[in-house]
Design a binder for this molecule. Structure first.
Ligand SMILES: Cc1cc2nc3c(=O)[nH]c(=O)nc-3n(C[C@H](O)[C@H](O)[C@H](O)COP(=O)(O)OP(=O)(O)OC[C@H]3O[C@@H](n4cnc5c(N)ncnc54)[C@H](O)[C@@H]3O)c2cc1C
Length: 408
């Protein structure tokens, strides 16, 4: 595969506090890897990014970009593109089993006022396309498609990275190769491993004109049921509704998009109210995605190698923060690498700065899942508590997540 370099010039870029002897090698061109390449380039550090797939694509699904993630992407110059492609939902509505709204988290203008940046929902493929296009326009980034990173060895003054197309020398290696990272177990020292959670995410896109009018609109809806929940919101300019349903299942393969059978959707729909059940059963096809996590309290760096994004700390998606954390990681890592004084010290500083937050977000995700999936009297108590919360109470709980800014 021939590396592609861009012709356009980069002007007025800050230079790092030290002189890199070579590019940073990045394994993985998902949200973490592409954002890292851009964040490094914006700080005057070049990179070579290897993505094992032939194209920078994403399996069809939606993504919520909370204000912390939007702010970090905006600082990389991507705010306008996200605004153009995304939908800014008016609120997140939490529904009980009978469809009744138990509580709402105001978004829209309220998000900008409270957290200083907007909240968007968009298709993952749109975000990947925005990132890949910006990376392609960057002379400091070399994108290599269709090549997997297989291993690495640290050498004095650099790292030698083995790929399916040969070896590459770099100043550092960023492993952004996702929850089932191949590079994580190759790093020296004890590492967290990817652990199946016994939960599956079923995903589909339903054309908006096939959605019954009461179920349409520009809001995020989360429907809670015993042992399951459904999240739905508009994507692709409102032309489709993204629907994710989560339920317990022992089924597991390392894949994000295996087809799901109708009987599985029937089984998970049975407890929900009729309009939602009809919506779920109307979807043309579903895929399933086994949810695995990586304990964030493990170690993420070793010398010149660092894990970022899901490779470091894949969490349950019940706080909608996995991609947001990956984006934050990328911007912190780039800032610390630019500051030096050595690669190893910069990577250690990145890990030190990020671990506490990733652990805290993982805990919130687990807790949200427990609350969403309550049954019996516990679910009734939850519903009552949610419906009696004072306005703003749920927003307050999100402040520490959504107010995040890149520390100086
Ligand atoms: C159902 C669900 C809903 C979610 N919703 C949200 C949400 O609303 N908001 C949010 O912030 N997060 C959400 N998340 C989490 C989010 O999807 C992930 O945290 C995010 O995609 C992680 O990005 P990543 O780049 O770290 O990993 P990945 O997206 O897994 O990217 C890894 C990339 O590396 C490539 N790769 C793998 N191995 C190699 C190799 N050896 N060499 C080269 N390339 C390699 C892969 O092909 C892939 O492109 C959700 C997750 C799920 C499961």
């Amino acid at each position: 595969m021939v590396p592609q370099r861009n012709a356009s010039a980069t002007q007025d870029r800050p230079t790092p506090a030290w002189t890199p002897g070579g590019p940073v090698v990045i394994a993985g061109g998902g949200i973490a890897g592409l954002t890292a390449a851009l964040a490094l380039a914006r700080r005057g550090i070049s990179s070579v990014l290897h993505e094992r797939a032939e194209a920078f694509t994403e399996v069809g699904a939606g993504l919520q970009i909370s204000p912390n993630a939007f702010r970090a992407l905006d600082a990389l110059g991507l705010g306008a593109a996200i605004t153009a492609k995304g939908t800014a939902p008016e609120a997140v509505d939490l529904h009980g089993l009978d469809g009744r709204v138990l509580a709402s988290i105001p978004l829209g203008e309220a998000a900008v006022t409270r957290w200083g940046a907007p909240y968007f929902v968009l298709h993952r493929a749109d975000l990947i396309a925005i990132l890949a296009e910006a990376a392609e326009a960057e002379p400091a980034i070399t994108l290599v498609r269709g090549v997997a990173v297989e291993d690495f060895a640290e050498a004095p003054g650099g790292v030698t990275v083995s790929t399916t197309a040969g070896t590459v020398e770099g100043e550092a290696l960023i492993a952004a190769d996702g929850v089932w990272s191949r590079l994580r177990p190759r790093m020296p020292g004890p590492r967290s491993t990817a652990r199946p959670t016994g939960k599956l995410a079923y995903r589909t896109l339903i054309p908006a004109d096939a959605v019954a009018p009461p179920m349409r609109g520009d809001r995020v809806h989360a429907h809670l049921a015993p042992g399951a929940h459904v999240v739905r919101y508009p994507v692709l300019g409102g032309r489709f509704m993204n629907v994710v349903a989560v339920a317990a299942s022992a089924w597991f393969v390392e894949d994000w998009a295996s087809p799901a059978g109708v009987s599985e959707i029937e089984a998970l729909s049975k407890d929900f109210d009729k309009p939602l059940r009809d919506l779920l059963l109307s979807a043309p096809k579903w895929t399933r995605w086994p949810l695995s996590t990586v304990d964030a309290s493990g170690s993420w760096t070793a010398g010149r190698v660092a894990l970022i994004g899901d490779a470091a700390h894949a969490s349950l998606p019940f706080a909608a923060q996995g991609a947001a954390l990956a984006i934050e990681d990328a911007t912190v890592l780039a800032a610390r690498l630019a500051g030096g004084p050595t690669v190893a010290k910069a990577l250690a500083a990145y890990e030190e700065e990020r671990r506490h937050r990733a652990v805290a977000v993982q805990k919130v995700s687990v807790r949200n899942g427990e609350i969403y999936h309550l049954s019996g009297i516990a679910a009734k108590t939850r519903n009552l508590t949610l419906s009696m919360l004072p306005r703003g109470a749920l927003m307050e709980q999100l402040d520490w997540i959504y107010e995040w800014r890149l520390p100086a």
